[in-house]
Design a protein around this ligand. Sequence first.
Ligand code: FMN
Length: 373
Amino acid sequence: MTLTDARLPRRPDNLVDSPETRMTTTKTRLQDLIDTELPLIQAPMAGVQGSALAIAVSNAGGLGSLPCAMLSIDTMRAELALMRAQSSRPFNLNFFCHAPPQPSAEREARWRAALAPFHAEYGIDPAGIGAGPGRAPFSHEVADVLAEFRPPVVSFHFGLPAPDLLARVRGWGAMVLASATTVIEARWLAAHGADVVIAQGLEAGGHRGIFLSDDLTTQVGLFALLPQILQAVDLPVIAAGGIADACGVAAAMALGAAGVQVGTAYLLCPEATTSAVHRAALASEAARHTALTNLFTGRPARGIVNRVMRELGPISAAAPEFPLATSAIAPLRAAAEAQGRGDFSPLWSGQNASGCKAVPAAQLTRELVASVA
Ligand SMILES: Cc1cc2nc3c(=O)[nH]c(=O)nc-3n(C[C@H](O)[C@H](O)[C@H](O)COP(=O)(O)O)c2cc1C
């Protein structure tokens, strides 16, 4: 089935098409758009997973995702080769679309001053701090590699790439997904070439996909966001944020979602590369306390509240722009983790960690779709 055919709503004859009935008439499911068995996307989660998780979910009938934002070109190529070798099912490659910032010496100095007491505590010499792990936006160099593999689905966070880059992705027939955190962002994505909108509710773990504003008061929960986006755009919409079990999946689908994107629930799976401190936090009472924080990268992201978030406050005006905040905090993270502590680690988690289970990803995938597949 082509994408154009798939977008046609399968409408029962007795339903009138109006904004009020839109949610019941637009029943395109993820399976009609992409050749997957299940209406479930495993959320791309940079830093806590590689190809193993994506392969397991794709082979279980969902859509596995490989987050590429933190991968070098060589690693990305190797991961893609692994995915091709170990699965013949569709998969999704995920990229960030931020504009790399101009470093500001003044902001960096303020940030280092804010972290100075911690650096002193751990005996870290700020002068010796190098660049932290980077997060590069989608580029022509990356598109060159993708053209060799022609992935069937590509998803973007923080907007969409420039039109010429997006045209290359479309050129090999990939379906383009992108995250929206507001109705305005969903409309923008629809107008700028997305095929599918991912409605990212405020509950979601990891980075907010917010890209048209930096006003966090615009961010709302999934069940406020999803129906509004469904009414605002004529595209299939995937629900993301706080979905942790079969009931949550069924509820999102009942509201009209074409499918769901689930992240946090997969973090304890053996195929994820989640660190020991992160796993321990997710499995503890601490996971009930999450907040949006910009301390770890410079952009708001949801994580379990830890020492640095408590002592500096989760949002700091001193933190340099994304992704530059990472450098000065990275050595603290390494030092604390070496002592088994997550005090300076980004413990990304959504508001609902109740679905996290240390079971194979294929099993979790089947459990999540038990009521809808
Ligand atoms: C650990 C972690 C890392 C994430 N990294 C990315 C990423 O690299 N790219 C992306 O598009 N979304 C990323 N997200 C957000 C997810 O796409 C999705 O919106 C979120 O996981 C859904 O909410 P949930 O975590 O409550 O299931 C990440 C989420 C988590 C939990």
